[in-house]
Design a protein around this ligand. Structure first.
Ligand code: ADP
Length: 623
């Protein structure tokens, strides 16, 4: 059976591997099926979402066609995406809803021609260089609406030439409320603010900067950039204009360009754009106006309505030209919604559920394999133990039969000789009687041993535990045994401490135990013909040891020899007879008397069996 262990384990391992392979295949199929279902669902959701998006954008197209003024009607306002902006461009006008600052506009108010009335003042200023008289000539013009702003501008310039900064500032202050535009196309109020910055600096610079950011005047892009750089120059800074406002103003300019292009074709047109940052632009133009909706990145989140059961679905825009994503992703072109690029849908649930499912499968499989292996091993152990016990029992029966057969054969032979009167000689008769007596004694002894062993095994054995002088018992056993040993050429050396230690034990059984150890010592010492018996006492216990220099016991067998029916390999090989119950009985007796038995042995060198009993306390006496 022991030899068949590797074969048995190999079969179990092969079965386990086959099972793993089978389970893995099943899992693979299951995974593929789940992936296919997830993909089909994803495709349905993607189709639905894109169709729904196309229809939402179509609605916006219609709304932009109808929009002819801002703010829009309430019905449109509620549909506006979060942070979305409506733009309405008409000739020389820009309207934005909700209100946003425009740093510059595509079509600022046109520059007005210089009104009449300035010729006299110009001659005095440029030809005569008579600045005081020029100022005087300009004064009347400050009273008329058409010439007022230009007159103050020129007065301020002349005052600066005359080195009258306070007077110049006063003139600029008068200009700050003007709404007109100079012949150069720059608002008078901006010209005044710029000049005040040069003269006063400080708070004036802050004020101009704030006015530029808030888009107070509709400016050309170049005008805005000039004054922005002027502010930076005077303040010794290098600030950029606010990014959002700059981008939005540029967007409006771009829309204007688009409108101009559309105008050249002469027909109404529209367009849509999903930009790389995922922001959206839809516009519609007629010869009189352009309306547009600009939505920042994130508009799609509000605009894309996924079905209720799709909480696990994620999507993202992909610019055109990018390769498709992983297998579990679904890509849809946005052409249906008249937008460039693609939209990618994926499911987080499909991936994570698959992962957990697989982990559970694997854990279950590992557990199952473990159970199969453990079960197989337990079965193997159980069967091999049963077989070993059966083998031991069969050995025991054959050994006992053998123990009986040889003396019985001799006994029947001698009895026959005596009965037939073939032993006439008196001395030979006596010899035969002595032999008969000894052999029957041995048989009786053997039968008693077997009966007692049966009682011990079944727990029916009664022990007479009393206090005894244990060394006295040892002496008696040794004395008894010496005669038999001498017949076989053996000597027994006895060496006891000079104390009479008392232990509690069953005297008869104790004798049997010590005798058994002595018999074994002689039986398993084929060479050395001396056996040593020693008795030692310390303050707690008595140790009685029987030592021989015989064949010894293999270390691997030293625990097993105390089990019933177990015989050492060396003993069997040497053909020494025995039943394998002696040491088992010795151990049961010693344990029943509260002691223990130890073995020290070296194969080929000899063995020492030591019985340890606790001292009974009272009754110790010096000899
Ligand atoms: P038996 O002697 O009848 O075989 P035991 O139970 O007395 O049975 O001993 C069990 C085994 O222990 C023996 O078969 C033998 O192998 C081994 N053994 C016992 N005593 C000794 C000893 N003194 N020296 C070597 N081997 C021993």
């Amino acid at each position: 059976m022991r030899r068949s262990l590797p074969l048995f384990l190999a079969i179990v391992v092969c079965l386990a591997i086959w099972q793993v392979w089978l389970t893995w295949r099943l899992m693979e199929q299951d995974r593929n099926l789940a992936a296919q279902h997830a993909r089909e669902r994803l495709e349905q959701i993607a189709d639905l979402a894109v169709a729904q998006l196309a229809s939402a954008l179509g609605e916006w197209d219609l709304s932009l066609r109808e929009l002819d003024a801002l703010p829009p009607p309430a019905s449109l306002r509620t549909k506006l995406p979060p942070d979305g902006t409506l733009v309405l461009l008409a000739h020389h006008s820009v309207a934005v809803y909700p209100g946003k600052s425009l740093l510059f506009v595509p079509e600022p108010p046109a520059a007005a021609p210089l009104p009449n009335g300035f010729e006299a003042a110009e001659k005095l200023e440029f030809r005569d260089q008579n600045y005081d008289r020029a100022i005087a000539a300009l004064q009347p013009l400050t009273g008329q609406l058409v010439t007022r702003a230009e007159a103050w501008l020129r007065i301020a310039r002349l005052e600066r030439r005359l080195n009258h900064p306070e007077a110049a500032l006063a003139a600029y202050d008068r200009m700050s409320g003007e709404t007109g535009v100079s012949p150069d196309g720059v608002p008078y109020a901006l010209l005044a603010a710029g000049a005040r910055c040069e003269l006063r600096g400080g708070a004036e610079l802050q004020r101009l900067r704030a006015a530029l950011i808030e888009g107070r005047w509709p400016l050309h892009r170049e005008t805005f950039e000039y004054y922005w750089s002027e502010v930076n120059r005077i303040r010794h800074t290098a600030d950029d204009p606010p990014k959002d406002a700059l981008e939005f103003s540029s967007l409006v300019s771009r829309l204007h360009e688009q409108w101009q292009q559309a105008l050249r074709t002469g027909s109404n047109s529209s367009g849509r754009e999903a930009r790389p940052d995922a922001s959206l632009l839809i516009w519609y133009s007629t010869p009189t106006r352009l309306t547009a909706l600009s939505a920042p990145a994130g508009w799609l989140g509000a605009g894309l309505k996924l079905p209720a059961n799709s909480g696990d679905i994620r999507w993202r825009l992909q610019p055109s030209g990018l390769p498709a994503g992983a297998e579990t992703h679904v890509l849809r072109s946005l052409a249906e919604a008249q937008l460039g690029g693609k939209i990618e849908f994926s499911s987080i649930a499909a991936i994570s559920h698959g992962g957990i499912g697989r982990a559970l499968w694997l854990a279950g499989l590992a557990l199952m394999l473990l159970l199969v292996l453990a079960g197989a091993y337990a079965m193997y152990r159980g069967v091999s133990r049963e077989l070993r016990v059966a083998q031991l029992q069969s050995d025991f029966v054959s050994a006992v039969s053998h123990e009986f057969r040889s003396p019985l054969t001799s006994l029947s032979g001698i009895s026959e000789l005596l009965a037939n009167g073939r032993l006439a000689d008196e001395s030979r008769k006596n010899q035969a009687y002595t032999y008969l007596q000894r052999e029957t004694g041995r048989l009786k002894h053997l039968v008693e041993d077997l009966l007692d062993f049966g009682r011990m095994e079944s727990g029916r054995k009664h022990y007479q535990i009393e206090a005894h002088d244990v060394f006295g018992v040892v002496r008696a056993v040794v004395a008894d045994f010496r005669e038999e040993a001498l017949a076989g050429g053996f000597e027994v050396e006895l060496n006891l401490d000079s104390i009479a230690p008392t232990v509690k034990a069953d005297e008869e059984e104790l004798r049997r135990a010590i005798r058994n150890l002595l018999e074994n010592a002689v039986k398993y010492s084929p060479e050395c013909r001396t056996v040593w018996v020693e008795g030692r006492v310390n303050h707690r216990q008595v140790a009685i040891s029987v030592r021989d220099r015989g064949m010894g016991i293999d270390p691997r067998e030293q625990r097993e020899v105390f089990q019933k029916f177990v015989r050492g390999a060396a003993a069997k090989k040497a053909g020494i007879k025995g039943t394998g119950i002696g040491l088992s009985m010795v151990r049961q007796i010693v344990n029943a008397c509260g002691g223990e038995i130890r073995l020290e042995s070296v194969a080929g060198e000899g063995s020492t069996f030591t019985i340890l009993f606790p001292l009974a306390g009272a009754g110790e006496a010096r000899k």
